[in-house]
Design a protein around this ligand. Structure first.
Ligand code: ADP
Ligand code: MG
Length: 244
């Protein structure tokens, strides 16, 4: 049995009177590739963001790699070194080159020497197919290339878990495949991944677990076959009818 990498217990998140996450309890195991699907406003981003404390839980417990995020004495910066995150809008540093974007965190946090960080960055740029762009600034890259750099940057810290929040939603259609292929490669290498996505083909083919969230609850949690071919909840059926 692989170990539990993320344990969420009775997680509640409120913004004022708006209860966005309603008593969520869920466990993710090492090596799981989980696609989270659901309508706009259902709490997908909020859920991912509580897992590295970009949003603070209102109540409940979140344990990542044995670190309790809800414990005040936990050093969140240390935990974040274990969790890479990729956003819809890349968030690259515009004034730095591609290589510098990737090496910044490992060098600044004292994780690697400059030489080690650069060697790692060059390997990662090979992985994402952008070795020739190392000295470019982000503005010279297409959206798909920027997102591949953002993935390389997240991987530079050797994370145990990667969180993806709609990584292909802002891309032109012809760029989507390149980014999904890299994510597929990572999945095949055994990376633990939680992916919020509207790419149902990817969810079917690459995920080993699919979860449907609506109204702040996970209403469905199963294999891709279970969710796509035999959804149990009428709201899952409705949602799939609209997107498939
Ligand atoms: P999704 O990613 O599924 O589209 P979100 O997690 O972004 O949904 O948002 C869920 C709900 O939380 C929405 O009602 C949204 O308006 C609200 N929300 C998200 N972020 C904030 C915030 N920083 N402040 C107040 N409300 C927020
Ligand atoms: Mg979102």
């Amino acid at each position: 049995m692989s170990k539990n990498q993320i344990v969420v217990e009775h997680l509640v998140k409120r913004y004022g009177d708006n209860e966005v996450l309603k008593d969520i309890s869920v466990t993710f195991k090492e090596g799981e590739v989980v696609c989270i699907i659901g309508p706009s406003g259902s709490g997908k981003s909020t859920f991912l963001r509580t897992l590295n404390k970009l949003e603070e839980a209102t109540s409940g417990e979140i344990i990542v790699d044995g670190f309790n995020l809800t414990d005040k004495s936990t050093d969140i910066n240390k935990v974040r070194q274990h969790i890479g995150m990729v956003f819809q809008h890349f968030n690259l540093f515009p004034h730095l080159t591609v290589l510098e974007n990737i090496t910044l965190a490992p060098i600044d946090l004292g994780k690697m020497s400059k030489e080690e960080a650069e060697e790692k960055a060059i390997n990662l740029l090979e992985l994402v197919g952008l070795a020739d762009k190392r000295d470019e600034k982000p503005e010279k890259l297409s959206g798909g290339q920027k997102q591949r750099v953002a993935i390389a940057r997240a991987l530079a810290m050797n994370p145990d878990v990667m969180l993806f929040d709609e990584p292909t939603s802002a891309l032109d259609p012809e760029m989507v495949g390149d980014v999904l292929n890299i994510m597929k490669k990572l999945a095949e290498e055994g990376m633990t991944m939680l992916i919020v996505t509207h790419e149902m083909g990817f969810a079917k083919n690459v995920a080993n677990r699919v979860m449907f969230i609506d109204g702040g609850h996970f209403l469905e949690d199963g294999t891709p076959e279970q969710i796509f071919d035999h959804p149990q909840n009428p709201r899952t059926k409705d949602f799939l009818d609209k997107v498939l």
